[in-house]
Design a protein around this ligand. Sequence first.
Ligand code: NAD
Length: 429
Amino acid sequence: MTDLFDDAVRRLLEAAEHADDLDPEVLELLQHPKASLEVAVPLRMDDGSLRVFRGYRVRHNDARGPTKGGIRFHPAVTRAEVTALALWMTLKCAVVGVPFGGGKGGVAVNPKELSRLELERLSRSFVEQIADHIGAETDIPAPDVYTNAMVMGWMTDEFAKIVRRHEPGAFTGKPIELGGSVGRSDATGRGAYHCLKVLEHRLGWEADQVRVAVQGFGNGGQAVARLLAADGYRVVAVSDSQGGIYRDEGFDVPSLIHMKNESRRLQAVYCEGSVCEFVEADQITNDQLLELDEIDVLVPAALENQITADNAARISANTIVEVANGPTSPDADPILAGNGVRVVPDILANAGGVTVSYFEWVQNRNGLQWTERQVADRLADVMTLAAQDVYDLATTRDIDLRTAAYVHALGRLGAAVQAKGTHRFFSVE
Ligand code: NAD
């Protein structure tokens, strides 16, 4: 199996060839995570037994500010995965211009096998192990796959007990009651939506002619599906870890969300208020969803390496919007490009989450509470500008969108590293 961090570095080096005047020291720094912590996370189970899970927290690079990135609870979590995700966070924060570096964390655990109390104890235990390495000025965690506001609430509470003071800025994606920001829960999907709206405007799409498939119907996937459907896009397929559903006429997305959140299962329904009835739909697998015919926009919003050299040639969508981190493997990129598939890359498409996390951190540090409108408008401004910058760069340089996003990020990272002093700066000719 390939190491996800090695893949991520390979992609970075390839993109860097297109960056102007990038000091080689910047690239050297980015290939080495600043700090990696691996911890044992003991958990007292409900039956009284003890289990120990592996946990990780990686700070990739802090040239532009404190490191920032989510915590993932998933059985497939590894050090390499967390490190790759941390590198992508460094790039992502630079793409949208928020003053953070990149970090990430995770615990190799299947949270679906834990009771609610076990999940709480696991969340608190993980914070106990990493507490010396996180904080509002150093490294700021947030939710990721199978963690959410509730988990961030437990973690914030545990951290406050350890440091013996309130420090809401040490975590983002918290419950509103504990200093969370309105608009954080759908920020990742909303950011992807803004990236698509810029494309829609530039390419003259008619919303009701655009058919969308969403793989992964969680935090990111649900929000982007809901916003697109509200604008008239036809969301014809969605899936979760158990498989997917397809309906040619499209789904009523708020009904799907209501049912999924009530029953924890994805079901083809139409709801009036809380009364839901089943609608006709085909059951499909996750693989089938990716390869559906007559799809215009494909939104991978689950995990890494879903689109690979094995299936890239069978993708019929003309646009992929990477809400997930790393859903397209590097060897799939040239195949997609050869078939004219446009890929809005993860470091741009899912940057709405970290952008509103930044807003949350700003509010926490200033004792402010912005309104939903303020958050939504500021997010729209940041995402629209970043998307326009990346799309313009791609056009003027004749490079793909992923390379353009990397070049854009490297420009900002290079400037920050250089401002602190590099060999080029100090050497006297
Ligand atoms: P989530 O836990 O809310 O949702 C994940 C969804 O994916 C669930 O519906 C799950 O059933 C589904 N899933 C899991 N395995 C799957 C599989 N093999 N095939 C299809 N579906 C599967 O997680 P999320 O926060 O929405 O994160 C999803 C992706 O978005 C991740 O790659 C994450 O890193 C990325 N992301 C999340 C945020 C955020 O703010 N939450 C920000 C940026 C990027």
